[in-house]
Design a protein. Structure first.
Length: 444
């Protein structure tokens, strides 16, 4: 198992390109199950989650090949397999996105209940309710969703839940509804850019979906989808993470391949905090965190608001502002396991219900910390970049699921960060209380 050793205090400077969006690539890869003919996807990041989806699709009869550094070619070569095994599905929640295309195209599916990051309760009841409304017979046996339908039929659906619309549920139901006889209307559909990107991909294969990017989707059923080519949208969560990395280190970074129109709420909140943005002549975004930073209140809500996937990174940034800030997550209210780890670095932050209360402005010091999920990993790396001295961030396998070559790209911007094997010998001496220098020993 690997870990990061981070030596903080270096302002980030330079230029970096944002990768294709993981959260768009995964459901689009799953939807390739529904295509007749080859599909080529561009700007697909080389991530652990992408490799997991690749392995899962291969068990379901899809040939998947990386034909370039950022391109995948997918083609169904055997349309008989319909079981998504627990061993692969447990590794990431997006695996459940194979349910819709399997049911719609093959008329049957057995998909293990999904796993993923430990960020709170995430049921799939809205997925199942939507598919049942389309005429599917669904039951759960021995930890698997068993779904069957000779032919799906159009329906009027509502996919709103207690914490907003379901993103993966919208992906599943929309893909299945493409094959339903007649028209389907999905109300309270997720509006996230990644859902819209999946819809554009399906339309490129011949689907008839209107209303993409709005809460109401209308789908006219068809009999088949053909292969196509498609370019994945830029990753707005990675872009936000890099913006916050520039700000928290009091640096200035230029980001290429950014869709600012997908990040309006994040950019406005960062501007409120004191981060400055400007467009370069070649269309990139310049991010400067060199001015004074102000406290702020942030609320994570479904798109177009601040994403839940950015709240941990914003919490890290707000430890560097003078005053009291509040970060609230109304999508996953239990997603605050990073708070106690930030406190190990000297951050004055505590959880109260679905919020983190941050008393910023105190200097941070390096420490050993442990990541609990994908975005918490990134937030702890950002906190370590702002801290004085050396830090160790453990369990970075979480981070590898969603950030491609993260440490290499940060290092190219001037960060002092390295990946090492997690062994006692690789822990910096400064973090060992038995060997670290103390004021008394230095005086002696």
């Amino acid at each position: 198992m690997d870990m990061f050793v981070v030596r903080g205090g270096q302002p980030l400077q330079g230029r970096v390109a944002v990768s294709g969006a993981k959260n768009a690539a995964l459901p689009i890869m799953a939807a390739a199950l529904a295509a007749d003919g080859p599909t080529t996807l561009y700007d697909v990041p080389d991530l652990v989650d992408v490799r997991t989806m690749t392995a899962l699709l291969r068990t379901l009869g899809v040939a998947v090949d990386r034909v370039d550094n950022d391109a995948l070619k997918l083609e169904v070569i055997d349309d008989r397999p319909a079981i998504a095994e627990y061993e692969l599905v447990r590794r990431m929640r997006a695996s459940v996105c194979v349910l819709g295309p399997l049911l719609g195209r093959r008329g049957r599916a057995a998909v293990s209940l999904p796993g993923g990051c430990n960020i709170g309760h995430r049921p799939i009841d809205l997925h199942l309710r939507g598919l049942e409304a389309l005429g599917a017979d669904i039951r759960i046996e021995r930890g698997y969703v068993i779904a069957q339908a000779r032919r799906l039929h159009g329906a009027n659906l509502y996919l709103g839940g207690a914490c907003g619309s379901t993103v993966t549920g919208t992906c599943n139901v929309m893909t299945a509804a493409v094959f339903a006889e007649g028209a389907t209307t999905i109300e309270a559909a997720a509006c996230e850019p990644e859902v819209e990107d999946l819809g554009r991909y399906l339309n490129g294969m011949g689907a008839q979906i209107s209303g993409l990017g709005t809460p109401t989707l209308k789908i006219e059923g068809i009999d088949r989808l053909s292969g196509t080519t498609h370019r994945i949208i830029p990753d707005r969560i990675e872009a936000a993470t890099l913006m916050i990395a520039a700000a928290i280190t009091r640096g200035a970074v230029t980001l290429e391949n950014v869709r600012a129109d997908h990040m309006t709420a994040v950019i406005r909140k960062l501007e409120e905090i004191g981060v400055r943005f400007s467009r370069t002549t070649d269309g990139a975004i310049h991010v400067a965190g060199t001015g004074p930073l102000q406290p702020a209140d942030c609320i994570a809500l479904p798109y177009p608001a601040i994403p839940t996937d950015v709240q941990a990174q914003l919490t890290a940034l707000l430890t560097q502002t003078e005053g009291i800030s509040v970060v609230t997550d109304k999508v996953f209210p239990d997603r605050f396991m990073h708070v106690s780890e930030m406190a190990r670095m000297g951050a004055r932050v505590r959880r109260e219900g679905q919020s983190a209360i941050i008393a910023g402005g105190e200097p941070l010091s390096g420490a050993s910390v442990m990541a609990s999920d994908l975005r918490a990993s990134a937030a702890l790396v950002l906190t370590a970049l702002a801290a004085q001295g050396e830090s160790v961030v453990r369990r970075i396998y979480h981070l590898d699921r969603g950030y491609e070559q993260f440490e290499e790209r940060l290092r190219a911007l001037g960060a002092d960060i390295e990946r090492v094997v997690d062994t006692p010998a690789n822990v910096p001496a400064s973090l060992n209380p038995l060997t670290a220098a103390t004021p008394d020993s230095e005086a002696a």
